[in-house]
Design a binder for this molecule. Structure first.
Ligand SMILES: Nc1ncnc2c1ncn2[C@@H]1O[C@H](COP(=O)(O)OP(=O)(O)OP(=O)(O)O)[C@@H](O)[C@H]1O
Ligand SMILES: [Mg+2]
Length: 258
């Protein structure tokens, strides 16, 4: 397994948010993490990426232990993420936003890049090339010089994906990338996720409420409910699992459309 979580327990003030979670993501696959609101999906991403520190358990990535590493160190090891709510620097251009994510890879680091120290020019040019390439890859190369907040919402989400790809990850974590997208944009997102896996060789772990999209794109699905893994398997296996149907009762119709 490229990513492996073992018996993760995360608590906040006595509230158990993740309860002995164990699962893995294989190299070269798209895996999904689904479950009702509040199940603990985003918290799990936060544990993987070093934003949250679980009380128990272990996480390994490509054989390296991840716990106790800071977020930038996790990024450097090869895990990139997007956030549930779009997080862009509003006044910066699209290209600058993507470049801001890439500095974890630069030897010089963000500070000297900001200060434009001598000797940083060629590295800066390399970073710029990588970032332009990532914008082309997600299909918005022509918007590189626009101010980020002037982009349509769907394109702002693509900027986040480009920024994550620019860190040259082996694993990409996407937190509800289809939220707020129309059906055409969702179909394009499916193709993009498949291209990220097939053309870039990047494994993808997806959190998503759109079940049609999840079932179409995932090789493997893990279902979380109240912080516990209640089912896992292929789309067919998960859809037929009574525990999954039970967990989704009370959710709105669209989410129930398994
Ligand atoms: N920093 C925190 N402090 C206290 N409680 C937290 C914190 N982060 C998450 N939680 C709690 O953990 C639980 C799971 O939240 P989380 O955001 O992981 O759910 P989710 O599965 O991503 O839900 P959604 O589908 O709505 O995004 C919630 O009860 C939430 O209040
Ligand atoms: Mg969430």
């Amino acid at each position: 397994m490229l990513l492996q979580l073992e018996d993760i327990v995360l608590r906040f003030a006595g509230n158990t948010v993740l309860d002995n979670v164990r699962f893995g993501v294989a190299e070269g696959t798209v895996a999904s993490l689904i479950g009702p609101n509040g199940a603990g999906k985003t918290s799990l991403f936060n544990c993987i990426t070093g934003f949250y520190r679980p009380q128990q358990g272990a996480i390994t990535f490509a054989g390296e232990p991840l716990l106790k590493r800071k977020p930038h160190a996790v990024t450097r090891l090869g895990i990139a993420r997007t956030f549930q709510n779009v997080r862009l620097f509003r006044e910066m251009t699209v290209l600058e936003n993507v470049m801001a994510g890439q500095h974890c890879r630069s030897r010089a680091g963000a500070l000297s890049a900001v200060l434009a120290l001598p000797g940083q020019r060629s590295e800066e040019a390399h970073i710029r090339n990588v970032c332009e390439d990532c914008l082309e890859f997600v299909g918005i190369g022509h918007e590189a010089d626009r101010t980020a907040t002037n982009l349509a919402y769907g394109h702002q989400r693509l900027v986040e994906i480009a920024r994550a790809l620019a860190t040259e990850p082996r694993l990409l974590l996407l937190d509800e990338p289809a939220a707020g997208l129309n059906s055409t944009e969702k179909a394009e997102l499916v193709t993009l996720i498949q291209r990220i896996r097939d053309e870039r060789g990047v494994a993808v772990l997806l959190i998503e409420h759109d079940m049609g999209l999840v079932m179409e794109v995932s090789q493997y699905i893990t279902v979380l409910d109240h912080g516990r893994v209640i089912a896992e398997g292929t789309a067919g296996e998960v859809q037929a699992d009574p525990a999954v149907i039970e967990a989704y009762l009370g959710q709105d119709e669209e989410e129930l459309a398994l």
